[in-house]
Design a protein. Structure first.
Lengths: 161, 86
C-alpha cells in the first residue's frame, strides 16, 4: 500500500479507463469496487475506447481481440481471419460464466452501489459523436482533463488502464 | 456437518463460495453496510485470495478478524464489526 505522509495511507484512487476491449474492462472495475469496499474514494475516468464501457450501445458487446495480444496463443495472421474475434470473445465469455464472473454491466452496477464515481471524458464524446443520453445512467458527469488532474493531484493512487 | 472447531455464533452469514475476487470482498462489504457495531459477519469463500483480501480489508476499515476456520473445500472467516464507515 503506497503511503503519503508518514504512516498515513492514501484514501483516494483515480483510474483512467482507456481501452474498450472486454479483457481490459475488468481490471479497473475490480480495483474500483474493492477500493470503495475498503472505504476509499474512487473515481473512474473513461476516455478514448474506454467510453465503450459506459456507452449504452457497446457495454454488452465488448470484445477481445486476438490480434496484437501476445497473451493469446494465436499468430496475428490467424487472428486476422474473419470470425476470430467473436470466436475468442465467446470462448472467454464461456470461461467467465464458468467461474461465475459477473458481466461488465453487473460489475458497473456493483461499483456504483459501492460508491464509485463515473466520469466521461468530454473530448472523447465529441470525437465519437456521443451525447449524455447515449451513456449508461451510472455516469455521474462529463469532465475534462483539468477536472481529472484536480481529482488526481490530491494524493491519490492513479492508474492508467 | 461437523461442529465448528472455534469461533462464535455469527450475526450474519455471507456465502460467497464460488465467486472470485472481488466477489468475497464486495459481498462482505454489502453485509457490513447493513451490520451494526458488535455484529459478527461470517464470510464463506472458496477464492484462495479471500483470506489475505479480508485481512487487508479489516486492516483498512479498522474491523477485526476473530476466527479463520478451514473447512474441507472452503474457508470461514469471522469478522467483528468494530467501526462503521459510510
Amino acid at each position: 500500500m503506497p503511503t503519503s505522509k508518514e504512516g498515513e495511507k492514501r484514501n483516494k484512487m483515480v483510474i483512467i479507463c482507456s481501452k474498450g476491449s472486454l479483457d481490459m474492462a475488468y481490471p479497473p472495475l475490480m480495483l474500483a469496487t474493492t477500493g470503495a469496499a475498503m472505504g476509499m474514494e474512487v473515481h473512474l475516468y473513461f476516455t478514448f475506447w474506454g467510453i465503450n464501457m459506459i456507452s449504452k450501445k457497446t457495454i454488452d458487446s465488448l470484445k477481445i481481440s486476438p490480434v496484437g495480444n501476445p497473451g493469446i496463443p494465436m499468430p496475428n495472421i490467424l487472428g486476422m481471419l474473419p470470425g476470430m474475434t467473436s470466436m475468442l470473445t465467446s470462448m472467454m465469455q464461456k470461461k467467465m460464466e464458468k467461474i461465475k464472473m459477473p458481466s461488465i454491466r453487473e460489475m458497473i452496477k456493483t461499483a456504483k452501489e459501492s460508491g464509485v464515481k463515473f466520469h466521461a471524458c468530454s473530448p472523447t464524446l465529441d470525437m465519437m459523436g456521443l451525447k449524455r443520453e447515449d451513456l449508461i445512467p451510472e455516469v455521474d458527469d462529463i469532465i475534462g482533463a483539468a477536472t481529472y488532474l484536480e481529482l488526481a493531484s490530491e494524493d491519490a493512487i492513479t492508474l492508467f488502464v | 456437518m461437523a461442529s465448528p472447531p472455534s469461533g462464535v455464533k455469527p450475526t450474519t452469514i455471507v456465502d460467497s463460495r464460488g465467486t472470485m475476487c472481488p466477489g468475497p470482498i464486495t459481498d462482505l462489504f454489502r453485509a457490513y453496510r447493513n451490520a451494526n457495531i458488535g455484529d459478527v459477519i461470517e464470510l464463506l469463500a472458496t477464492d484462495p485470495a479471500a483470506k489475505s483480501d479480508t485481512e487487508a480489508w479489516t486492516k483498512r476499515s479498522r474491523n477485526e478478524i476473530i476466527a479463520v476456520i478451514d473447512e474441507k473445500d472452503y474457508i470461514r472467516i469471522q469478522i467483528r464489526v468494530l467501526k462503521k464507515g459510510k
